[in-house]
Design a protein around this ligand. Sequence first.
Ligand code: GLN
Length: 274
Amino acid sequence: MAAREIGAAGIERPWYEADLIISSLTGYDRSRLHADPHKTLSDEMVPIFLEAISRRAEREPLQYILGNCRFMDLTLAVGPGCLIPRPETELLVIESRKHFRRGVFLDWGTGSGCLAAAILQDNPESRCIAVEKEPKAIMWAWKNLKNSVLLGRCLLWHSGDPGRVPVPGPGLEMIVANPPYIPSGEIPGLMPEVSMFEPSSALDGGLDGLDFYRLLVPWSAEVLRPGGVLILEIGDDGQAREIETICSRVFSVESLVRDLQGISRILVLKKHGF
Ligand code: GLN
């Protein structure tokens, strides 16, 4: 019945999602649920389950309902106010391994804190300045860094103005960012989970999607040490070309990585002068 309700709302894998909701309520994994199909939910669980199903039928993202998602090998708390980490953003973490081991890096627009947490976890001798302008998102980042025992190496900085961020004297080793890059006009056409529930401040990159790169790239040129890297998630090839023209006098392109759909997704730029 539950699967039918969310299936009718246009959810692609309703049985699977209903299982995941039951698993999260009961603590039983899916194979145990299937091994014992007659097991019933306890009386107090039933209304919680029905509420979860009706939220999902309204197209609220499953991760917000479950209250968590996986990113690399971390389980992160997520909910209204922060962008749900996407699998393609894991590529950014993987790229960072080729360029960064120790020192201070900055995560611009940290959201759930996924990049800050995964890179800090990868590199025990690193420290992070994680910047976020949205109060709700910074609350999720704080929670995730604290739960992962990484908060002691991370300064969470609440601001949307790069000029106000405290940067160490010799400059930063690396800046990473998954800024909002979707052109404003495309937001209403996205899946309802995204357009109706996720924060538009994490998605909307202005008329051509490039507003935040125009702010971030020139500032990065000032605060990175010579030879430091700027690793950006981007929307597509066209955006990669535009960003290269914004920054060509200060940075050279180290690599452009495609995601599993073949879309240019991660742009690695190296500051000249090393
Ligand atoms: N990749 C996200 C999406 O497709 C967008 C994230 C962003 O704008 N940084 O919904």
